[in-house]
Design a protein. Structure first.
Length: 394
């Protein structure tokens, strides 16, 4: 394997890992409260489509405002390319671009060198993703905590609901944008993929490996660290863990079990939704894909929770390991593949790709077996995980 191939494999695994790491951290926080939310894929869908829809619709309206202003500018005897927003809201919402864009007005189209401000889009996308995903968590909490519905069934239903809603609106946005694959929020996606200046190039190959990613990648790592500190070093975090281990005892100690379950599930869902946001804005560069990619990554995030033994800090390196395993089929040396093909009696080396793609799940199963055999309490899931709490049964 060449150095260039290794760097490509490493960076691909890093970006891939950020998506499932956010899903894993959010689900870990939820499961620490005793709620087993298998709706992570659906919640990531809701986070992704909420962010994309909010940014796209805002961008569409800003471009309409640009077209209206450009029309007035042209009617005054000027050329549209010379138009510059001078004051007010439009100046705040736009930024200069190097290549002219075409904006459609009521009577004509105009080519201007200003477009929707990508950093405004970043704020809108994050807020929309948090709200959309937290709403999914609220639905789950109401059904499982208040109505005491079966957690497994509710989670799976939430996955179906989230994917259906997201793909419906994703298809609608594609039609609004002019067809499949036409939807794009390029300026916002570019802002998300902006790396930190200087350090992204200062150390050569080291910078290329570790510091040449969008700023949100490092925010995701900080979120994982904060979640770890919260669960292990704060009173509220310890109360949450107590609720997940034995809600009856926690209730008897004066801890509001319902409150902790609701907050942990909604906040955990919001964090998982940021994984969908990152997938849409960074991983596929500001468009929408109906190929089920988010759903498959959501299930990987659930598997990663087990792999990391319910510890958010482990999600940082665990997600990267999953990323390496997931993309290994593209970078496996030819010699190794030939040996494996002969060992398993496979006629074509390309057929081994399906086996390579199983690696993250195989690793998870191995870790689960080892963890179960060791029976260390700190490596086990919360005792009341997946069980509804009935106060009357205390």
């Amino acid at each position: 394997m060449t150095l260039a191939s290794f760097i490509s494999w490493f960076t691909g695994a890093f970006v891939f890992g950020i998506v499932i790491m956010l899903g894993c951290v959010g689900e870990t926080l939820t499961e620490k409260s005793g709620n087993l939310n298998l709706g992570v894929p659906g919640i990531m869908y809701l986070g992704g489509i909420s962010s994309l829809s909010a940014v796209f619709m805002t961008q569409l309206r800003v471009r309409e405002m640009i077209a209206e202003a450009a029309a007035v500018f042209v009617e005054a005897g000027n050329r549209a390319q010379e138009w510059v927003p001078e004051t007010g809201l439009l100046k705040f919402l736009t930024q200069p671009v190097t290549s002219a864009i075409t904006v459609k007005g009521a009577e004509a189209s105009y080519r201007v060198f200003f477009d929707f401000n990508g950093w405004i889009g970043v704020v809108i996308a994050i807020v929309a993703a948090l709200i959309g995903a937290a709403f999914g968590g609220l639905i789950y909490s109401f059904l499982t905590v208040t109505l005491r519905a079966n957690q497994n069934v509710t989670g799976l239903t939430l996955t179906i609901f989230g994917s259906g809603v997201a793909n419906f609106f994703g298809g609608s946005l594609n039609k609004l944008a002019g067809g499949v694959g036409q939807i794009s929020v390029a300026t916002t996606s570019t802002a998300f993929r902006t790396s930190f200046p200087w350090i992204s190039t200062a150390f050569g190959k080291v910078s290329e490996l570790l510091f040449n990613y969008g700023f949100f990648s490092y925010i995701a790592i900080v979120i994982a660290i904060i979640a770890h500190i919260y669960l292990n070093k704060t009173r509220h975090g310890l109360n949450l863990r107590a609720v997940g281990e034995n809600p009856a005892t926690a209730d008897a100690a004066g801890i509001n079990v319902t409150k902790y379950k609701y907050l942990a599930t909604c906040i955990g869902a919001a964090i998982s939704g940021l994984g969908g946001l990152y997938f849409v804005m960074d991983y596929i560069k500001g468009t929408w894909a109906n190929d089920g990619s988010i759903e498959s990554l959501g299930w990987l995030a659930v598997a990663l929770v087990i792999f990391t033994k319910w510890k958010p800090i482990n999600a940082i390196w665990g997600a990267f390991v999953f990323g390496l395993c997931y993309w290994v089929y593209l970078y496996m040396p030819q010699g190794v593949s030939e040996i494996l093909a002969e060992l398993f009696g496979v006629q074509k080396i390309s057929h081994l790709q399906s086996l390579y793609k199983m690696l993250p799940y195989i690793v998870t199963i191995i870790v689960l077996i080892i963890t179960s055999l060791r029976k260390k309490r700190e490596n086990q899931p919360p005792q009341s995980l997946g069980l509804s709490y009935f106060r009357e049964d205390r």
